[in-house]
Ligand binder design. Structure first.
Ligand SMILES: CC(C)(COP(=O)(O)OP(=O)(O)OC[C@H]1O[C@@H](n2cnc3c(N)ncnc32)[C@H](O)[C@@H]1OP(=O)(O)O)[C@@H](O)C(=O)NCCC(=O)NCCS
Length: 184
């Protein structure tokens, strides 16, 4: 069973019983404002059921719950792209606002990066961050991701065009990284 300890809590697979805390923590406009529109808002019990059903019981899950005191309070995960982008993994994450600013994602992102490069045939991990999301950008920079590009006004959120910032860490960079976040 996959399980990565954090200073507070752990990363572990999603499981039945997470639905209630998932709704409680995910149903937040301040989270939704920084993620894709497919992330539901309002976040209903039905959304939680379908998320847990589709993410539990994989041998090597793509999504891991951020667990604090037994409660699922966030997610970190990735999707592998297809066609000529099939060696790319897009990483994404969210955390309950109750726990923002405590270094949880700063700790979780290198763990997930290790997990991906050690278990999946991927050559590039990238993240897309909406304009103004300074917290997410600093988490990525601290995990040694490089700020590669700004896709000007590429996204629309709340009827506003927003720049999208692209961050990436190549496998070759990951292998050579010397940073305490990666234990090297
Ligand atoms: C982005 C997010 C995952 C960061 O998680 P976190 O565990 O709070 O991150 P950390 O505490 O490790 O570090 C966050 C950094 O942002 C800062 N920060 C935290 N909350 C902030 C806020 N509301 N506004 C501005 N900065 C904030 C922290 O101080 C820290 O920066 P610093 O150490 O350089 O001062 C979390 O804020 C979140 O879930 N946001 C909504 C969803 C989202 O943006 N997902 C990512 C999409 S790319």
């Amino acid at each position: 069973m996959i399980n990565f300890p954090l200073s507070i809590g752990q990363l572990r697979p999603w499981r039945e019983g997470d639905e209630e805390s998932l709704v409680r923590h995910a149903n937040n406009r301040n989270i939704w404002n920084n993620v894709r529109d497919f992330f539901p808002y309002p976040y209903t019990p039905r959304d939680a059921t379908s998320w847990v059903r589709s993410n539990k019981s994989y041998q090597q899950p793509n999504n891991l719950a951020i667990d604090i005191d037994g409660q699922a309070v966030g997610n970190i995960g990735f999707t592998v792209k297809d066609d000529i982008y099939r060696y790319n993994a897009e990483i994404g994450y969210w955390l309950s606002e109750d726990f923002w600013g405590r270094g949880i994602l700063t700790e979780a992102l290198p763990i997930m990066t290790n997990y991906i490069y050690q278990n999946f045939q991927v050559n590039r991990i990238f993240a897309c961050v909406l304009e103004g999301n300074i917290g997410s950008m600093s988490v990525l920079e601290r995990a040694c991701y490089r700020h590669e590009a700004i896709h000007r006004k590429a996204a629309i959120k709340n009827n506003q065009y927003l720049d999208e910032h692209i961050f990436a860490l190549l496998r070759s960079e990951y292998e050579n990284v010397t940073h305490s976040a990666y234990g090297r």
